[in-house]
Design a binder for this molecule. Structure first.
Ligand SMILES: Cc1cc2nc3c(=O)[nH]c(=O)nc-3n(C[C@H](O)[C@H](O)[C@H](O)COP(=O)(O)OP(=O)(O)OC[C@H]3O[C@@H](n4cnc5c(N)ncnc54)[C@H](O)[C@@H]3O)c2cc1C
Length: 430
């Protein structure tokens, strides 16, 4: 049996529920593998369309990145729309641009329709350390406005104090279409929403194999765990960085990466308010970025770092506290109550990978650190495709999915070399 890591989220979650593990051989229209946002949002959308859905989670709902992340509803994709236009053409860029701000709305819609209490707050801030980064943010504003996000404003040095109380930045970009949430509360709320409309959820039910079987004139899939199976017409793989080698075609073209978060002790309310007066979530725009926000109970939650290949540094606190103190020197003497890490899934293009394997199996993965919103968009697109309209799904599915150079053995050092180069450019202000 696996349980949540010892995180602030697990300690402050508002639902204590164990779903059963699968012990029988059952049937459903759809079997979803993975109980993070990708799997949950797909399952809800399909159950709402009238399909019978079974979701199998190998550990606990929200055990993966969806129950551990920074909680920031960051818009667009890990590679932005200008990059997409340059590499894949303007039709693809316009089609993806039209979806770049939809994920956040999907989350707000689920929260509202299913009354999910997950500490939602609106607003986010991209912080710039240099004038060059400010120019990049000005270009991002223009780009995002062109594709429909009109809730953006540039902030110069004189306006920073009202947003975030630090000397570290020269300015930044406010995105009022962004927001932040308690990630595990959202995942657990989505699982409750799914079961409330008739979907079935099983935990501690790791999928170990998927076979095909001919029933009458239909090819179905049998999704097997150690103690049961689901026979389904369609299967959705949504195990992302935690899926290991269940489907080698997917693991070849992606790489798990770790990132870590610390959370301080509860702060006096005035201090918490003074750190981020806007109550926005904040992320800087370095290649290896830091991200942070104030929690509902007035803690500073601060994340950063990337471990290529996955996993955590020996001491997360020793690694992250200096980053936090650099932004907020006034926090140097406050205690860290929680430190944890989790894995997200990187792709070589840093664009999400959505697609099909054979006639029955669909997949979504690889949001490259930018997945709170995109996983919810992906759920909607998968449901549309399975329901018969794959127009929007296919815009993603038609993007090339490259294997990592160096294969499973050398992909980590190869990628570290690339990241070192970009990190150096940030450090030198290029
Ligand atoms: C520390 C951290 C901070 C982050 N911060 C942000 C942020 O602030 N904003 C943002 O946009 N993105 C952020 N991300 C990324 C974001 O959290 C992820 O992209 C997103 O949650 C992915 O959701 P998912 O459902 O695809 O995968 P996951 O949430 O990882 O879920 C996959 C699930 O599948 C299950 N599973 C795997 N294999 C099997 C199997 N064989 N059988 C059954 N179940 C299986 C796993 O147990 C897991 O629960 C962060 C990630 C991390 C780790």
């Amino acid at each position: 049996m696996t349980n949540y890591p010892d995180s602030y989220y697990a300690a402050s979650s508002n639902r204590d529920i164990d779903y059963p593990s699968l012990t029988e051989n059952i049937s459903a229209d759809i079997c979803v593998v993975g109980g993070g946002y990708s799997g949950l949002s797909t399952a809800i959308a399909l159950q709402e369309k009238g399909y019978s859905v079974v979701l199998l989670e190998g550990s606990k709902i929200g055990f993966g990145a969806s129950g551990r992340n920074g909680g920031q509803l960051v818009n667009s994709f890990s590679r932005d729309i200008d990059h997409i236009e340059k590499h894949y053409g303007s039709d693809t860029a316009n089609a993806l641009g039209a979806m770049a701000f939809e994920g956040a709305d999907c989350i707000r819609d689920l929260i509202k329709r299913y009354n999910i209490d997950c500490d939602y707050k609106h607003g986010g801030f991209f912080a710039a350390f240099t004038e060059k980064q400010m120019h990049e943010l000005a270009a991002k504003k223009q780009l995002w406005e062109k594709h429909g996000n009109k809730k953006l404003s540039l902030i110069d040095k004189s306006g920073i104090a009202k947003i975030v109380n630090t000397e570290a930045y020269v300015g930044g970009l406010v995105d009022e279409h962004c927001g932040h949430i308690h990630p595990l509360k959202l995942a657990l709320g989505e699982a409750a929403a799914l079961t409330s409309i008739g979907g079935q959820v099983f935990e501690q039910s790791k999928v170990i194999n998927i076979d095909e079987v001919q029933q009458a004139d239909t090819t179905k899939s049998i999704v097997k765990t150690d103690s049961g199976s689901v026979t389904a017409t369609k299967v959705v793989l949504a195990g992302n960085a935690y899926m290991g080698n269940l489907e080698p075609k997917l693991s070849r073209k992606s790489m798990p990466c770790g990132t870590q978060i610390v959370t301080t002790e509860v702060l006096p309310e005035e201090l918490a308010k003074s750190l981020i007066p806007s109550e926005y979530c904040v992320e800087d725009v370095n290649y290896k970025l830091d991200y942070y926000r104030i929690t509902a109970d007035n803690r500073l939650l601060f994340g950063g770092g990337v471990t290529y290949g996955g996993g955590d540094p020996a001491s997360i606190e020793r690694f992250l506290k200096p980053h936090m103190d650099k932004i907020f020197p006034q926090m140097a003497n406050y205690k860290i109550d929680f430190a944890w890490g989790g894995d997200f899934l990187l792709t070589l293009s840093r664009l999400p990978q959505l697609g099909r394997i054979g006639a029955n199996v669909y997949y979504t993965q690889g949001y490259s650190g930018h997945g709170v919103n995109t996983s919810h968009l992906a759920g909607k697109l998968l449901a549309e495709a399975i329901h018969g309209d794959s127009t929007r799904f296919d815009v993603f599915a038609n993007l090339p999915h490259y294997p990592f150079p160096g294969g499973r053995l050398f992909r980590v050092p190869f990628t570290m070399m690339g990241a070192w180069y970009y990190g150096l450019r940030d450090a030198l202000g290029f």
